[in-house]
Design a protein around this ligand. Structure first.
Ligand SMILES: [Zn+2]
Ligand SMILES: [Zn+2]
Length: 182
């Protein structure tokens, strides 16, 4: 179980980084910025606004290039759509979360009205909520599995930031872009 949990957290872990060239507005330098790790973001921007967690600066004059990174992220990813499989999983999950309890409630309500069952049915419904954590677990596992495979055969997804609420990755090996929602 422990190794499984370790695998699970590794699968969900982001490999932060920045491998795209940027223009420095201060000195005009164009090239790969200096990358100085990342900080957890306090706010995630909604809509189509970028959230950059990495610290990048100009290698020549030290100018902070976070804003330029945000613009680059939009340039890279605004035309990238989340994959069909990702969208299907989200639709499936939302319908599970929304529809299934309602359906169960309706069935139980009808059952109670018609005198089919009583207290045990409510208990059964209650138990069903226990299924929720494993369902979220499975869902995240499925979604983030996409980062572990790439057409180039050597997947190395680098997390560049968020665009709206979707995660933006670039394969370090082949440069392929990947956008994920969870
Ligand atoms: Zn500069
Ligand atoms: Zn690749």
């Amino acid at each position: 179980m422990l190794t499984f949990l370790k695998q699970y957290s590794q699968r969900l872990q982001h490999q932060h980084g920045w491998e795209a060239e940027l223009d420095c507005p201060a000195c005009g330098n164009h090239g790969l910025p200096d990358y100085a790790g990342w900080t957890p973001g306090s706010t995630i921007h909604f809509g189509t606004r970028p959230t950059i967690l990495v610290s990048v600066s100009c290698p020549r004059c030290d100018q902070d290039l976070k804003q330029q990174a945000g613009e680059k992220l939009i340039e890279f990813f605004s035309h990238v759509t989340t994959r069909m499989r990702n969208r299907r999983l989200i639709t499936l999950f939302i319908s599970l979360l929304v529809d299934l309890p309602w359906l169960l409630c309706a069935v139980i309500w009808a059952g109670v009205q018609l005198g089919w069952w009583g207290h045990t049915a409510f208990l059964a419904l209650n138990r069903l909520t226990l299924l929720l954590p494993p369902a979220i677990f499975w869902f995240n596992w499925q979604i983030h599995g996409a980062r572990r495979c790439c057409e180039c055969g050597q997947p190395a997804s680098v997390f560049m930031g968020l665009l709206g609420r979707s995660y933006c990755y670039r394969c370090s090996t082949c440069g392929k872009l990947l956008r994920l929602r969870d």
